[in-house]
Design a protein around this ligand. Structure first.
Ligand SMILES: Nc1ncnc2c1ncn2[C@@H]1O[C@H](COP(=O)(O)OP(=O)(O)O)[C@@H](O)[C@H]1O
Ligand SMILES: [Mg+2]
Length: 503
């Protein structure tokens, strides 16, 4: 083993000191320089003799005045016997700021007291630049997250919220601070759903392990409303360990509403086309059949008159007459359905439309056990339309309502208007059996009926649909359930002032 001699030891220390890449000084506790390394002398372009014996403030700042206690860590190094560092912005290098870190390290004597202090100066330009770059990248990423139109939420393994962007705050109705303090990721879903989503993310069949590819789920917002969203998710791993989860959410409400509207429009187009072609066919058939039916009725009645009162054939002949009359009724319906004349318009109050329709049918037996309720608005509700045609529509709806209630229940008429939208509305509600979901799309189809062959022709609603449309309005089933049905007619409000001024 080789021992280091005193001189060798001294040489060795000087060598280490000189080979330090940072400019360094050795000072006494009262800040007098006793040595400087090669890097220091090169950097300051000076010689050892010129600076030994000077104080550090003389050398660095060319002043006799020591630096203030606040920025000089000397006394702290002496008191604590531990290294201290300071960070100072010293000068500008072009546009770049120059930062300098000074490290003050105590050199202790054999009693453990501070004998000298080594001061090293390190230029931090590179480190600071990197740090600034990384801050800029971070801000850029933050901006991307914040500006994303999709809601983004991150949570740790316990479900504590870590991050929410603006869109997430809007979607869920909490500010990020509020969510961090009071919410758990599980609160954003209906009960038990969050666990299911976690299971899917951990499995590798829904987009790969740790991922959840786009899937439709419902989330719950601050008001407790359920919102359909398209969600993607990911688990964030640190090595093998799960550290956080992140989810992006796209609000589907607008899209769903649009799809529904489109579907309705397509159904309407389809229905209109079907009705137009069926209308032509029906008109042809009705004209052809009407004449022979009149003949059959005429001759059957003549035959009946001639038969003896006791003749057993009378019964059969009466059946012929009854059935023929029924055929004529159907033909009449068909002719109305296929009417090819354009409506004759007049101006009238919609309340009078209801009254007149009811006067025509109220005396019938089927009204006996019906409780009639009228909720008519007193507002001015003029329309310009073919009154006789619309009376037929009200009668159709009324008959359907009474049939649905099996002639026993409450029948309500309601009228109201929406002035800004220039619309008037008529609702006919019953407390009947309702329309099953599977029939809803068919009730306006010609010949669709659930009533026995003796009772319904299936032309009531389809005829009404055509009439209302010709008069510039719409008819629909507003509500239906086993507790009853509400049909809705919507017509354009007629405002005489505006309309006459145009004339
Ligand atoms: N208010 C209602 N309540 C329940 N079902 C109804 C109602 N209105 C119409 N419907 C259903 O719609 C079908 C078609 O009605 P409609 O076109 O008037 O023909 P019809 O009355 O000749 O059957 C009816 O058979 C019935 O099943
Ligand atoms: Mg009907």
């Amino acid at each position: 083993m080789k021992y280091i001699t005193v001189t060798e030891e001294f040489d060795w220390r000087i060598k280490v000191f000189n080979s330090l890449p940072f400019p360094s000084l050795i000072l006494t506790p009262d800040k007098v320089i006793i040595s400087a390394n090669r890097a220091f002398l090169e950097k300051k372009r000076t010689d050892l003799e010129k600076i030994v014996g000077k104080t550090c403030h003389q050398v660095f700042y060319d002043t006799e005045k020591p630096c203030s206690q606040a920025i000089c860590p000397f006394s702290k190094v002496i008191a604590e016997k531990k290294s201290q560092s300071t960070l100072r912005r010293t000068e500008f290098d072009g546009n770049e700021e120059l930062w300098v870190e000074r490290m003050f390290s105590p050199i202790l004597d054999e009693n453990g007291d501070v004998k000298f202090i080594m001061e090293s100066v390190q230029n931090l330009k590179r480190v600071i630049t990197l740090e600034k770059k990384s801050i800029r990248i971070r801000q850029f990423l933050d901006n991307i997250i914040q500006c994303s139109p999709n809601a983004i939420v991150s949570a740790d393994r316990q479900g504590t919220i870590l991050l929410m962007n603006q869109a997430a705050e809007d979607l869920f109705g909490y500010s990020m601070e509020e969510a961090i303090r009071t919410k758990n990721a599980e609160d954003f879903y209906s009960f038990g759903k969050a666990k299911k989503i976690m299971r899917k993310m951990r499995s590798d069949i829904y987009g790969g392990k740790g991922r959840l590819s786009a899937t439709q789920v419902n989330v719950v917002n601050a008001k407790g409303e359920t919102i359909p969203v398209e969600m993607t998710g990911a688990i964030i791993y640190d090595g093998e360990e799960e550290v956080a989860t992140t989810g992006t959410f796209y609000d589907l409400r607008e899209k769903i509403a649009k799809d529904k509207k489109l579907k309705e429009v397509l159904i309407q187009i389809n229905r209109s086309e079907k009705m137009a072609s069926l209308g032509q066919l029906a008109a042809g058939v009705a004209h052809e059949i009407n004449n022979p039916l009149t003949g059959i009725l005429l001759y059957a009645n003549l035959a009946l008159e001639r038969l003896d009162k006791a003749d057993p054939l009378r019964k059969h002949l009466k059946s012929v007459i009854n059935d023929t009359e029924r055929c004529k009724d159907i033909v009449k319906d068909l002719l109305v359905y296929s009417r090819q004349t354009s409506p004759t318009k007049e101006t009238f109050q919609i309340n009078s439309l209801i009254e007149e329709s009811l006067t025509l049918i109220r005396g019938q037996k089927r009204f006996l056990n019906i409780n009639l309720v009228k909720k008519m608005s007193g507002d001015m509700m003029l329309i310009r339309a073919d009154k006789n045609q619309l009376i037929q529509v009200i009668i159709n709806l009324t008959m359907n309502a009474i049939d649905a209630m099996d002639r026993k229940g409450t029948l309500t008429f309601r009228t109201y208007r929406n002035k800004p939208y220039k619309k008037v509305y008529i609702e006919v509600s019953d407390t009947g059996c309702g329309i099953p979901e599977e029939n809803l799309s068919k009730v306006f189809d010609p010949f669709f009926t659930t009533k026995g062959p003796e009772k319904g022709t299936g032309l009531g609603l389809s005829t009404s649909y055509g009439i209302v449309k010709e008069n510039g309005g719409r008819i629909s089933i507003k509500e239906t359930s086993p507790r009853g049905t509400t049909s809705l007619i919507e017509l354009p409000l007629y405002t005489p002032d505006e309309n006459t001024s145009v004339l």
